[in-house]
Design a protein. Structure first.
Length: 145
């Protein structure tokens, strides 16, 4: 039996949330990391992935299964049990995923600065109106009389 996954495995400030290198959907790399040490039940995955709704976690697991990265095994017992584990193809992603995480950790400050600059510029320039294509006016509102 594997050690329990720590609840704080993916802190809200985890570099994985800033990683611009996408593998699957938003949650796929985190799921892959959870399965790195061996098979896990759905309830075990929910502990470190508490920010993921059960519906979205199910969708992500199905997508990973469809892509051949995760194997879902149903055990026909008195109380049916389901486990998820990485396939050899899924395991082959562990090294590139570790490299992407290391790159993100190394460039953490630059990524944060870039996102803050972009978000600040987006607030100042709302861009063209979807209906008219014209840029919104930036004149300050007149004070109430």
């Amino acid at each position: 039996m594997s050690e329990p996954l720590p609840a704080d495995m993916f802190d809200e400030l985890c570099p994985s949330s800033l990683n611009p290198i996408r593998i699957g959907d938003k949650w796929a790399p985190l799921i892959i990391r959870c399965l790195e040490q061996g098979p896990r039940r759905f309830s075990e995955l929910r502990v470190p992935l508490k920010r993921v709704t059960p519906k979205v976690l199910t969708q992500s697991l199905r997508s990973l299964e469809r892509d051949g990265l995760v194997r879902r095994t149903v055990y026909a017992e008195a109380t049916p049990r389901v486990e998820y584990e990485l396939t050899p193809l899924g395991r082959s992603l562990l090294e590139p995923l570790a490299a992407a995480c290391a790159w993100t950790a190394e460039h953490w400050d630059e990524l944060l600065d870039a996102r803050e600059s972009y978000d600040h510029a987006a607030r100042l320039d709302p861009g063209p109106s979807p209906r008219t294509g014209a840029t919104a006016s930036k004149t300050p509102e007149s004070p109430a009389a």
